[in-house]
Design a binder for this molecule. Sequence first.
Ligand code: GDP
Length: 300
Amino acid sequence: LVRLRARLARSQSTLGKGLLGLLSRDRIDEETWEEIEDALLTADVGVGPTEELVERLRTRVRVEGAASQDHAREILRSELLTLVGTDLDRSLHVTRTSTNPAVVLVVGVNGTGKTTTVGKLARVLVAEDKDVILGAADTFRAAAAAQLATWGDRVGVPTIRGPEGGDPASVAFDSVKAGVEQESDVVIVDTAGRLHTKTGLMDELGKVKRVIEKQAPVSEVLLVIDATTGQNGLTQARVFAEVVDVTGIVLTKLDSTAKGGIIIAVQRELGVPVKLVGLGEGADDLAPFEPAAFVDALLG
Ligand code: GDP
């Protein structure tokens, strides 16, 4: 975790340093506020949250006067924390009941890092001594199930697969059935991220969810979003959030962008907490999202 934090800090500190520098100027004029706005927008914080933050910062500077470097840090820390949200439930619901495994459905556009996230998450759960089964319900791409099975082997958990081009819902059903029969703790179902039409997606994910729920409730629906795709990725993600009840967001590839502000924009847009962040391609590069650690990393 320490190593991951360091990586997050490296990629994100540009924004924090910029903001700190601007806010601790002797004289903050309109131009400075514009620069602060620009810095936030450039970091993908999004228009609404940027306006809100700048408004709050303006008020504080008006009331408290020009800020020293330390004071500026304190102001930014508390206001950014408020914006990120410290009271959201970011815990993963992955505890089996007496009769059922917990079921985690992982959704999102292809290429965002869904399969990789499933593999990493399995690794985390296995390290917690949980029995995990993976379900390869992305039956549309030939390589997808194979890629997931490779992760399964790597992490040491079984992967349930179906025939290529087969019914994703049937693979989801078989995976959860195996989980019930084998008294597993968690079944993680990887889904196809084809953004064809909204109704097509809705039918597909709806069916997958329905057949799972014939056997066990879905305890988490994780929406995977690629942090490097910025507002574009957000637009695509919104479609998923509209067709399925998302319980948490996984923001991947945060190691590859300096635009950590996307965390704020994503939560605000979708009304769902970021629960996990992806910080690399390796098996151990998944971390719980901790607002305080994130803001501290940002401010360097
Ligand atoms: P899927 O199509 O959504 O299942 O996406 P994949 O899991 O196949 O991932 C797409 C690419 O993104 C792969 O090359 C992954 O190694 C890479 N990737 C996934 N997560 C991360 C991350 O957190 N950081 C980085 N740098 N790359 C990632």
